[in-house]
Design a protein around this ligand. Structure first.
Ligand code: PMP
Length: 388
């Protein structure tokens, strides 16, 4: 460890992967751990990528990505009232690279970054890798922003950046219109830049998608990170994007350029066709996710779990407090006793303790099997109490 950089030593591998890796010891176990949709990539996207290969569109693109796709992203976002010009968009290697580029573009060692808890673990790890300082902000019981706590922590800590993440992994909460307005007012009144991770924006079930990037009056204080992994069920194809005002984009592109030069050319052409021709497929996937959500939510309530109805993404985040054990122990025992792998809430930061994350990006038969096994686990617990 002696030669490894302190910043790298300060982080751990993702708790989600850690739990997924344990599955190797339980060959009959079923996993509901990953945020990976189980649908095929829409047919027209596949055809567009094959055509791009055959047409030899395999060279570097410009650093920011092909102009055709950047224009298409702008008109897609315009549909939600989010106004960016093509030169304010950069295609990245997944939202993951986008996040890292943005953090690198803004953070000096010691700069403070506000991150919600619970949250997607990459935010904290990226910030630490660059030498930034993580400050958590609290959420309400329904995982919406606790504005009182937020204002207090901004006044006390004076953070440079703040991460907002809706629809949320791991909670499935979305940003309501009223909350987006409250957040806008706080951002307007403070010297802070918001990084809004909206990778699940195509999966808002009951409410419209409200973005903090939709307010022109704070445009120069918002950076939007998004991508196509979830939208087009193409996690392995690695395409995301960042939107920011030009003065920030120039710096973000500097980082992006030295990280990866450009996002994969073939996939850029696939996503271009996707935005033009496959939004019907996105709608069908969303309907199927909503069906699975309703099923799983009904099952969990019936088993006695306290759980919020997720309004977006494809995760459920029930409380396990009443079982009298921590989230790690709950998940270990569920895996050992019933062969079901889910992720302990502790993997998402201190605010995740007392919860478990269940991904319903899996087929109905898998969900039914897991629900049956989880029910056995709960019934056993009720009979035996918490004794092991
Ligand atoms: N943000 C969130 C909240 C995520 O859940 C994920 C993937 N699980 C990402 C960003 C990154 O996704 P990708 O790199 O595949 O675009």
């Amino acid at each position: 460890m002696g030669k490894i950089a302190d910043n790298v030593n300060s982080i751990e591998i993702s708790g989600i992967r850690k739990f997924y890796n344990k599955l190797a010891n339980y060959p009959d176990a079923i996993s509901l751990t990953l945020g990976q949709p189980d649908f095929s990539v829409p047919k027209k996207i596949k055809e567009a990528m094959i055509a791009a290969i055959n047409e030899n569109k395999t060279e570097y693109t410009s650093n920011a990505g092909i102009i055709e796709l950047r224009r298409e992203i702008c008109s897609y976002l315009q549909g939600f009232g989010i106004g960016y010009e093509p030169e304010e968009v950069c295609l990245t290697v997944g939202g993951s690279e986008g996040l890292m580029d943005v953090f690198m573009a803004f953070i000096n060692p010691g700069d403070k970054v506000l991150i919600p808890t619970p949250a997607y673990p990459a935010y904290e790890s990226c910030v630490k890798l660059i030498g930034g300082k993580v400050v958590n902000y609290e959420l309400n019981g329904d995982f919406s922003i606790n504005f009182g706590a937020l204002e207090k922590v901004i006044a006390e800590e004076k953070p440079k950046l703040m991460v907002v993440s809706y629809p949320s992994n791991p909670t499935g909460a979305v940003l309501s219109k009223a909350d987006s307005e409250k957040l806008r007012d706080i951002i307007r009144g403070n010297d802070i830049i918001v990084i809004s991770d909206e990778i699940y924006s195509s999966l808002c079930f009951d409410e419209e998608y409200h973005s903090i990037a939709g307010y022109d009056e704070i445009k120069e204080k918002v950076v939007l990170v998004s991508g196509f992994s979830k939208m087009f069920s193409m996690t392995g194809l690695r395409l995301g994007f960042v939107c920011a005002v030009k003065q920030y984009m120039d710096s973000i592109i500097k980082v992006h350029q030295y990280n990866v030069s450009c996002a994969p050319s073939i996939v850029q052409w696939g996503a271009y066709t996707g935005l033009r021709e496959c939004m019907g497929d996105v709608e069908s996937m969303k309907e199927e996710f909503a069906r699975r959500r309703d099923y799983l939510y009904g099952q969990l309530r019936d088993m006695g779990f306290d759980v919020n109805m997720p309004m977006g993404a494809f995760y459920m985040f029930p409380s396990i407090r009443k079982f009298g054990m921590g989230s790690d122990e709950f998940c270990e025992r569920l895996l050992k006793e019933e062969g079901v792998a889910i992720v302990p809430g502790s993997a998402f930061g201190p605010g995740g303790e007392g919860y478990i994350r269940i991904s319903y990006a899996y087929s109905m038969p898998q969900l039914e099997e897991c629900a049956g096994r989880l029910r056995n686990f709960v019934e056993n617990y009720k009979q035996k109490g918490s004794s092991k």
